[in-house]
Design a protein around this ligand. Structure first.
Ligand code: FE2
Length: 226
């Protein structure tokens, strides 16, 4: 069929179409409750650790990234946070012919402290089921919004770049009637705990605040008990 055929004045065939969304990407956008003391404890622990440890270099640019053993040095607050994240991960998990309780749930945890100009390149967390992040301080000054200081977490459509192989302006319409973007930014505040599939590529936009931005990241995996 040529394009001329499509532009003909023939009466178009009418059709009804019902959009259906398949292959969901589950993302838990949570908020810790009554956790001010816990977050203050975590921040104190992180600052103490940062004062005596150089940290690691990963996807982070210009930020301090602790080692991934925070469950060993983070005390009871870190243990409680890990349990909260695992409970969310369990609710989003299913295993054929067994239960989430038939598995040991394993967590690696680390802290990120980001000064002005810091960012995280697009990356994923291979070898895990879920990734999680708790936001302790968005780095905004009093009277300044979280949006103004940047540092937004963004998630990449895992089907990218399939849909843009020929025309980069193309977007698929979602079941909500809106064009689906290749990257989605998440609006975050202190106390937000987000859990998403570990294979979902994500990054952090440049942080522009004058204070430091503090978050705690986790890798969550599950292994069949032996
Ligand atoms: Fe990450």
């Amino acid at each position: 069929m040529s394009s001329t055929d499509l532009n003909s004045s023939t009466e178009p065939l009418r059709a009804e179409a019902q959009p259906v969304g398949l292959f969901e990407t589950p993302i838990a956008y949570g908020r810790l409750k009554e956790a001010e003391t816990l977050m203050a404890d975590l921040e104190q622990t992180i600052r103490t650790r940062m004062a005596k440890d150089e940290g690691l270099s990963r996807s982070n640019i210009g930020a301090w990234h602790s080692d991934t053993d925070m469950l060993d040095w983070g005390g009871e607050a870190a243990q409680r946070l890990a349990q909260a994240a695992v409970n969310i991960a369990k609710r989003m998990s299913h295993f054929k012919e067994s239960s989430v309780e038939d598995r040991d749930w394993l967590v690696r945890m680390w802290a990120n402290v980001t000064p002005e100009g810091g960012l995280n390149h697009l990356h994923s967390h291979p070898g895990n089921l879920w990734a999680a992040v708790l936001y302790i301080d968005m780095g905004n000054e009093p009277g300044e919004s979280e949006q103004e200081v940047g540092g937004h977490l963004y998630l990449e459509d895992p089907r990218f770049p399939m849909a843009a192989m020929r025309d980069t302006s193309f977007r698929m319409m979602g079941v909500n009637g809106q064009p689906q973007q290749y990257q989605s930014e998440i609006q975050l505040q202190r106390g937000n705990l987000i859990v998403f599939p570990a294979w979902l590529r994500h990054g952090v936009r440049p942080f522009k605040g004058k204070r430091e931005r503090i978050s705690i990241a986790m890798n969550i995996d599950a292994r069949l008990k032996v």
